[in-house]
Every structure is written in C-alpha cells, then in structure tokens.
Design a protein around this ligand. Structure first.
Ligand code: BTN
Length: 257
C-alpha cells in the first residue's frame, strides 16, 4: 500500500479549535527549522509560552548533538513549542524532554495499546531498536524550546538512515497528523503542569516506557569518551544513573543487551 494517501496537510484551524487553551499552533509550509523560528521570535520578544510552530518541510532541521534531522514534505510531524516551568528549580529541567517523550509514547500507546514503542534515554522514541522520533530541548535564559520530529508516513526508501522507522512502517496506517499533534501537546501540557506543581509521577511513567533502564548500555559522551554499565535509574535532574553510580547528563546510548 502506498503511503501518499496519508500526506494531507496539517490544518491549523482544526488543531487550534480542538487543542487545550495552553497552546497556540501555527503551521508553515516550508522553513529552515521550527526550532530556529521559535528562537528568533523569542529573541525579538515575539514568542509566548504555549506557542507552537509546526512545519510541513524543514530545509535545515536540527537534531541532538549538532546532527541534522530531515524528512520529505508532509511525511513527518515536525514542531517546536515554547514553555517555562514556574515552580521547578532549573536543576530539574532535565526532566522536560523526558516528560515530552513520555507524552509521545503515551499518545501512541493510547492509539494502539499493542504498540511496542519505548523510550531510549534521554528521548529517542523506538520500535525495537529503530528510531521513529527524536526530541531536541534547548534552554534559553528562563525559557525552554522543545522540538519534536516524528516520522509518520515515510516508506522504507524515504528513511534518512537504516536504523530509522516510521509510524506507517510500524502499522499505524492513515494516521491523522492533526489528531496526533493535538493529543501529544495535550498529554504533554497536562503532565508538564502536574510536574511543575510538584508531582513526580512522571518518574514511574518514564520507567514503564523506558527500554534503557535495566539494560547494559554503552554511552558515547560528547567528548567521544565511551563508558559502559547497567542503566539503573534516572536522577532528580533527569540524568541516567549507571550501576557504578555514574550520572550521565548528555550522551548517545547504545543498548547492548
Ligand atoms: C534528534 O533526534 O536528534 C532530535 C530531532 C529533533 C527534530 C525536530 S523537528 C522540529 C524541530 N526543528 C528542528 O530543527 N529540530 C526539531
């Protein structure tokens, strides 16, 4: 079956009519990067908490650790949003991308309860070991921009790398991207507001959705150093904790067994 049937344009009017009042969503056809767009608006004082920019195509999409993130037009859900915690201390903001990844998995499992979709720490969304979505979280002064890229209707030959997959290839046919965006953002804002009010419920949810915890992992740290160990937990700061007590705040995880 072809996947082009699923390439309906995002509908800003429909989305804004149904989404929680926390959010205001704009949709652009083409941009370099929604992350940069929101950053530019923020630096010129034209961005507000709850602003969301979604794009049908990014010519210079950015990933974690200075990587690129690319997808054919209308084949992915690409968006960035602006938030800020009111109560939580800054040293716990490492939980924000974890909250966002939990909201994505929660949404996908609510659409298909048999979906074997998990989170690789910190925030790669996986089917098996194949990545279907990634997040980029940037803190600028007191505000946080979260960028999300989810491969929706890509066929095998359209995937950027061999260890990627799409929701279409994992059995999610004819997904309505408007609906998916609304559900993810609503699930995120609910979880985020609860967490900012002091709830730590997300820790148990993240553990339930994690395919990293309990595994032997190899982690490449930003300077290129490799470390190995058993992933035993997540710290109060959102770091990955290893069996030997090491805390990792940034790195690329490989699941070994
Ligand atoms: C990663 O997997 O390394 C993170 C990917 C994040 C991609 C999203 S797409 C929307 C937003 N705009 C960007 O330029 N990047 C993020």
């Amino acid at each position: 079956m072809g996947s082009e049937l699923n390439r309906k344009a995002l509908g800003a009017a429909v989305i804004n009519a149904k989404i929680a009042p926390y959010w205001r969503v704009s949709v652009v056809d083409v941009t370099e990067s929604t992350q940069n767009d929101l950053k530019d608006l923020l630096s010129s004082h034209r961005a507000h908490i709850g602003d969301v920019i979604a794009a049908e195509y990014q010519s210079a999409g950015r990933g974690r650790l200075d990587r690129t993130f690319s997808a054919p037009s209308h084949s992915a859900l690409l968006f960035s949003f602006l938030i800020t915690p009111f109560s939580r201390a800054k040293d716990s903001w490492g939980w924000i991308p974890l909250l966002a990844s939990a909201a994505i998995v929660e949404t996908l499992r609510s659409i298909d309860s048999s979906a074997e979709v998990t989170i690789k720490w910190p925030n790669d969304i996986l089917f098996g070991e194949k990545k279907v979505a990634g997040l980029l979280c940037e803190t600028i002064d007191g505000e946080v921009i979260v960028g999300v890229g989810i491969n929706i209707s890509m066929a095998e030959k359209e995937l950027p790398v061999s260890h990627a997959t799409s929701l279409f290839l994992e059995g999610f046919n004819n997904l309505d991207r408007d609906f998916l965006l609304i559900e993810i953002l609503n699930n995120f804002s609910r979880r985020f507001e609860e967490w900012d009010a002091g709830s730590d419920e997300v820790a148990a949810t993240y553990r339930k959705f994690s395919s990293t915890l309990g595994r032997q992992v190899r982690i490449e740290l930003p300077q290129g150093t490799l470390i190995e160990g058993i992933a035993t937990g997540i710290s109060a700061e959102g770091e990955l904790v290893l069996g030997d007590g090491a805390h990792v705040s940034v790195g690329d995880v490989v699941h070994l067994r």
